[in-house]
Structure formats: structure tokens, C-alpha cells
Design a binder for this molecule. Structure first.
Ligand code: PLP
Length: 276
């Protein structure tokens, strides 16, 4: 809404969130879909090395980690000089990122940072402009928020306070390098288990795997349901995949300890032994 100066924006559609974002953008200008992985139920990240970026595009938009499908960009798209805008809601603070590659990133706090109700936006200075389209409400201008130190209106103080606690905790734990190491170890344990399994598999292209959201299926809908129910009985909850894809999904955000992943792996192995 605020970045559409030329009224043109380029989107790469790798799942529900990018699709929804592209649809909303259509309210404000012309939207080009540069690439999409809809043809294979968003199970991979398309090759984005040589995209037909519109000369007039105000930005190129991606959803970096696709929460529902369990995919992540392992290299950022070539934007031919255009600013990259990324929804990083489900991978923010899971590992270090090179912020200089983006014009802007934003993340809902509720995955890795804190309670719902807080959104973190990091914007390059020159993109914080006064001259945004006239239809943009004052409080939705980034300039308004920045000038007021994010206190233009009363912010959700308690949510921000909790985020601060989490930031301090992350620093104490060794920062994002340490998070990355911990998260890689967790994800590897789970993907290795699925790769070795004769019952379960991960339906995502190997070069597109997410470190935060690990999806898996048995190939039989009934058996998937049985697994989710049995797991829940063991205290392994929230493993049901998104209703649009079915199957299972383990969201192993920062707060999930390695021991939690081990418990899941043990249960996957046990369930396999009983059902094969
Ligand atoms: C969770 C999520 C959202 C939306 O968050 P809500 O929980 O609906 O507020 C947007 N984008 C991504 C990538 C997400 O993971």
C-alpha cells in the first residue's frame, strides 16, 4: 500500500501467504506473478535466478518461509535491482539474515518472538517516505510510526514487553548463530528420521526444506488421522497439517527444545513399527 509509487508490484507465489498478499496488492495497483509453485501444491521453491522483473515494479515480494507447506528460500531471488520485500513471519530470528539484501522485512511476532498482536517491520531508511499514495491512512505510513518512535498510537505494551524478554533471552543464549545451530540440529534429526522411514515421508523438494516447519505424510489420509490422534494422546499436540494440505506438520520454532523433537522422532518410529 505504501510502496506502490508506480502502481506496479511483482510477486512470487509459493503458498497461501504470498497468494493472499498478491491478491491484496491488486487493490492498489498492477500485480505481476513472476513465478509460482502452485502446480505442485507449493512443495518447492521455484528457480528465481532469472525472473522477468517488471521495469516499473516498485518492489519484488516473497514469503521467505512457507509455514503451511514447509518450504523456505535457500537463496534469495534475483530482483534486477528492485527492492525485495519479504514476509519472514515464520523464520524471523531462527538464524542470522543479511538484512542488506532486503528493502523491507516484516514478521508477525507470534511464531518465534512473542505473543500475537505485535508485528516487527525492518525498513531501509530511504523507503520510509512521506510521499506515499494519498489514500494511505496516516497511521499506516511507516514515516508516521518511525517519527513517533512506534508510539503514534498506544501500542500493545504487554506484547512488546514479552518480545523484549525473548530478545534478551536469545542474546544470553548466544544470539542468532546459536539459534541457527540449535535449529539445524533439530530439523536434521526430524528430516533424517523421515528420510529413513518406510512409512512416513516429507513431501517437499530437498533443496527447499524449511528449518521451522517440517511437513510429513504417510500417503494414506486415514493413517495420517490416526497418527495425529495417537500422538496427541502422548502429549505431542498440534501436529495436524493445515486443512488445505492435510498430513502432518511439526512446527519446531525456537522455543521447541531438541528433546521435544526427539520425543516426536521416537513416536514416529514406534508408530511405524506398529503399522508396517
Ligand atoms: C503465521 C503467518 C502469517 C499470518 O499470521 P496470523 O497468525 O494469521 O496473524 C503470515 N505470514 C506467514 C509467513 C505466517 O507464517
Amino acid at each position: 500500500m505504501t510502496f506502490m509509487k508506480n502502481g506496479v508490484a511483482d510477486y512470487i507465489v509459493t503458498g497461501q501467504w504470498a497468494k493472499k498478499a498478491a491478491k491484496e496488492a491488486e487493490k492498489y495497483g498492477k500485480v505481476n506473478i513472476l513465478a509460482s509453485s502452485a502446480d505442485k501444491t507449493f512443495s518447492y521453491i521455484p528457480d528465481c535466478s532469472d525472473l522477468l522483473v517488471d521495469e516499473d515494479a516498485d518492489y519484488v515480494y516473497i514469503c521467505e518461509n512457507n509455514t503451511i507447506y514447509g518450504t523456505k528460500y535457500h537463496s534469495l531471488p534475483g530482483t534486477k535491482g528492485k527492492d525485495l520485500v519479504a514476509d519472514v513471519s515464520s523464520c524471523f530470528l531462527s538464524e542470522p539474515m543479511d538484512i542488506t539484501r532486503y528493502g523491507m522485512i516484516f514478521a508477525g511476532a507470534q511464531k518465534n518472538v512473542g505473543p500475537a498482536g505485535v508485528v516487527i517491520a525492518v525498513i531501509r531508511e530511504d523507503l520510509i517516505r512521506e510521499d506515499v499514495p494519498e489514500t494511505v491512512p496516516t497511521m499506516l505510513k511507516y514515516k508516521t510510526q518511525v517519527d513517533a518512535g512506534s508510539l503514534y498510537n498506544t501500542p500493545p505494551c504487554y506484547g512488546i514487553y514479552i518480545c523484549g524478554k525473548v530478545f534478551k533471552h536469545l542474546l544470553k543464549e548466544g544470539g542468532l548463530d546459536a539459534m541457527k545451530e540449535k535449529n539445524e540440529r533439530k530439523a536434521k534429526r526430524l528430516y533424517d528420521c523421515l528420510d529413513e522411514s518406510r512409512l512416513f515421508s516429507n513431501p517437499v523438494a530437498k533443496d527447499s526444506r524449511s528449518m521451522m516447519n517440517v511437513t510429513f505424510v504417510t500417503g494414506k489420509e486415514e493413517l495420517d488421522k490416526e497418527f495425529v490422534k495417537a500422538a496427541s494422546g502422548r502429549g505431542l499436540v498440534n501436529l495436524k497439517g493445515h486443512r488445505t494440505v492435510g498430513g502432518m506438520r511439526a512446527s519446531i520454532y525456537n522455543a521447541m527444545p531438541f528433546e521435544g523433537v526427539e520425543k516426536l522422532v521416537d513416536f514416529i518410529n514406534e508408530f511405524e513399527r506398529e503399522h508396517i
